[in-house]
Ligand binder design. Structure first.
Ligand code: FO1
Length: 311
């Protein structure tokens, strides 16, 4: 069994590649919930939904988030009434948030609701929110602290980031399926997807027990760099790294995951900065074929590390 840690669009794309080439019982995707927030009275869980929509083939491949063929009539109507329309909940996507909110308010956990939604959408792999407890990613900026979606969507990642916090993380517990996966004897490798290390992966590592589990792993763990040619494919990773005084290099990504990974997968565009243990390949996932290609590369690299741990 392979565990993938994911958040956002890059994470969902590699998770989909893995889902398409591994037997369905052999993949569990642990997903960031630090971006979750309450909006228009609804519990929105963007990263689990992005992974769920991608693995069910319902996703909008251009935008990366939300459903294909989506319409936004409800949001337009909310905007006409002077309501908050800066965060676009699509007409059909709204059903997910309405039903999730109802079930949360009835006392169900986020992880059991996600598992049920996945089953209903025909997904056989495990999609596991990192925690059932609230963890909120917050950005420190010169304008003060911003909630994640205020920074990411409302402010279009414009404010300079001076630090990141995960409010609630120390009091959170890993979700029950994550707990059992961390103890599983069936585990053969761990993949950190090409998600933003600071905003998508760090919140998962901040859940008590997760970082410790990774640092004491007995199976190989590889991360895929989200950088191509020193730039992020999507999102603010490179901008944030510069603002935090880091170089936008594979080395800086590896340093972020120090002690947690056995190797880093980097793109050919960054090959000049390759160093062992690194695997150089094409990491841009333009389409499903690209997702499957990268998934194969990652699995081969894990296999290689299992065979000769020092390579
Ligand atoms: N991203 C945007 O840039 N603008 C939006 O209006 C927006 C709405 C949205 C609705 C549901 C959902 O699941 C995701 C949505 N996203 C939107 C994406 C989301 O903000 C980010 O993908 C993640 O939080 C970062 O991984």
């Amino acid at each position: 069994m392979i565990i993938a840690l994911a958040g956002g669009v890059g994470g969902a794309r590699l998770a989909n590649g893995l889902a398409r080439i591994l037997p369905e019982s052999e993949l569990a995707v642990i997903v960031n919930t630090g971006d979750d927030f309450r909006h228009l009275g609804l519990h929105v869980s963007p990263d689990p939904d992005t992974v769920m929509y991608t693995l069910s083939g319902l996703n909008d491949t251009e935008r990366g988030w939300g459903l294909a063929g989506e319409t936004f009539a409800c949001m337009e109507a909310v905007g006409r009434l002077g309501g908050e329309s800066w965060f676009a909940l699509g007409d059909r996507d709204l059903a997910t948030h309405i039903e999730r909110t109802r079930r949360l308010e009835a006392g169900e956990t986020l992880s059991s609701i996600t598992a049920d939604f996945c089953a209903r959408l025909g997904i056989r792999q495990l999609i596991v929110p990192m925690s059932d407890d609230p963890v909120q990613t917050r950005l420190r900026t010169p304008e003060g602290e911003l909630a994640f979606q205020d920074y990411f969507v409302r402010r279009r990642c414009e404010p300079k980031v001076t630090g990141v916090e995960f409010a609630g993380a120390t009091a959170a517990s890993p979700s029950p399926i994550l707990v059992s996966l961390m103890r599983s004897e069936r585990l053969s490798g761990i993949v950190i997807c090409p998600s933003n290390p600071f905003l998508s992966i760090e919140p998962i590592l901040a859940v008590p027990g997760v970082r410790d589990w990774l640092s004491r792993r007995t199976v190989p763990c590889v991360a895929v760099s989200p950088l191509i040619g020193g730039k992020a494919v999507k999102g603010p990773a490179a901008k944030m790294m510069a603002e935090l005084g880091l170089q936008t290099t594979p080395q800086a990504i590896a340093t972020q995951y120090e002690g947690l990974i056995d190797g880093l997968v980097i793109d050919r565009a960054d090959a000049a900065q390759a160093y062992p243990p690194c695997h150089v390949t094409d990491t841009l996932m333009r389409n499903v074929a690209g997702q499957e290609f990268l998934a194969h590369e990652v699995l081969r690299y894990l296999e290689q590390l299992r065979a000769s741990p020092a390579s």
